[in-house]
Design a protein around this ligand. Sequence first.
Ligand code: HEM
Length: 594
Amino acid sequence: MALRVRVISQQLCPQPAASKSLEEIVSAALEDAGKYTADLDELKAGGKMPGSTYYDFMQATNHLLLVTAKRDLVPLLHASEQEGGLALTKVLPGPWDEAHSISEKAGLLQAVQKAFAEGSNVQQIAAWQQKFGKRGLSSNLAVPQVVNRGSGSQIVTRVDTRVIVADPDDAARLSRIHVQKDGQFEAALMSSVISTTDNTEWRAQRKHLTEAFLPLSSLAQIMPVSFARAASCAERLMSAATGGTPVDMSDFKLHEAQAQLQLALLGLPEDLMNSVNAEMRSAFHGNPGSNRKNALADAMSKIIASLENQKQDLTLPSSGCPVKGPLSKVLNTAELPPASFYGNLLLILFAGHDTTGHTMTWLLFELARNPLIQSSVQAEVDDFFRGLDGRDPNYQDLSRLPLLDRCITETLRLWPAVANGTFRRLQFADTVKGADGREVHLPKGTLINIVNWSRHRNPEIWGQDANDFNPYRNFEASEVAHVGCPMAAVNPQSPRFSPFAHSPRSCLGRNFAQMELRVIMLNLLRSFSFSLAPPYDALYSSKISTTDLSTFHGVNRFTMGPLDLERQGSTVWGKRPLIGLKMIITHRQNPGGP
Ligand code: HEM
């Protein structure tokens, strides 16, 4: 680790940052790296909760470690060549076709790391599919990368080839059969349900956590908490938008998704949620200027203390009384090793809000760009509330929103919050389609990435309007969710569409996400109309590309949010885009009126 930090700094940052010398930056990063590694080792060995998280650590080191220096990559490349780690580049197309010298190969490894760090890896893949593949966005590619497995001092870093799977039939088949994860999330999330590479451990964790997310017996019971929060968030938006002030709806939606998670699903007190919400999200996103050291780890300790305090009050459907904080209850009773408990809590605090927050922001973005569709959804929302005759909706009522269902489905297609899809390791030898469509053999252990982005935007499978927001498109029945119905637990999916990944290792929180999305959107669309504020108003009629980063695009760092057109971060290896979306909010004076 020490060598890596030093060399990156020397090669990528010949000029030290203005306020600190290069040596100071490197020595601070080294100190943080050492502490973080020791913390994780202590967690695994003795159960002590760490003083920092992966996100705190990344922020403290200004994302320095995300791009490796060329001279450190060369020995990794040689080792990989000897072990056969690059063999698949000979049988599948990809950028390696043009990399001949060792320096060009190391340059490509850096380009992949930089795209991950900037949040543009899925656009990079789509551009490479079009350049090197013969089957457009259906092309499967071979892309060598620097990969990690393990956590703390056990972390192993090597160069290996990841097969990018974009052919719809290959994607569905491989993700359904090969449920084993590839290990790259372990560095941040330890042995949590999303990251564990041990399939038996995954099944046991998943089985235990599932009860919290059962639609009719758990979620329907916490919907009143969810609805009350959504109703109060409309008031919060009203005051933020007073006098026509533009509101950053990305920040607003992320805040509300975090509030829903903490209040409804975790059953935490509102004052705790209010005190940690903004700072936690800032650490997750690595926003500059808000870097109180280890802010996220501090918030986690407060949350853990609160879970401990209210242990007796938390309930599940199987408790036989009204459900309260079901996700906290399953976390508390899972009897997980401390590293899995910590990993799951961190995972839930991140994935449990960021995904849903971004999905709502993208939906508002598209409704603003398509005012006729916005009016039609508002009409449906007005009818919905009229039908309730003054009472609050219950979970089953959510089944009566067919256009909102389609708008959410279309948003999950066009702007998949988890644009990366899923990263797996083949449990036995299998095949994918090669450049000419014929099957190519992949050995056991091959790393695969089943990407959502290019499959969801592939014109050959969605039609020529694949890049447009069209909720009226011809979805297959299996692609639209059945929220509020007995079929609510079924994962919306098809070979061409997998916003929550394909079953069985699909999103555990999707039913909660689907409920809160509707509950929040109902309250906001009932009271307000949304349009784009400057400078986003330039995007009203612009086409949005799947590959071109010179125009407005999504920023994908585990989850994909909208590019902030006004702010960006700066790091040792270059500019680091941030997330944001300003909108003008207009109060609807007479919703549903004549
Ligand atoms: C629109 C919102 C959401 C989307 C699009 C989404 C998408 C996904 C995707 C694609 C995966 C698979 C990732 C991978 O294999 O690496 C996943 C896994 C997961 N998600 Fe979500 N998610 C959403 C909301 C949520 C929420 C609200 C929660 C929790 C409250 C949650 C918890 C999880 C968990 C625990 C897993 C791991 C499941 C496993 O490996 O068995 N997600 N999600």
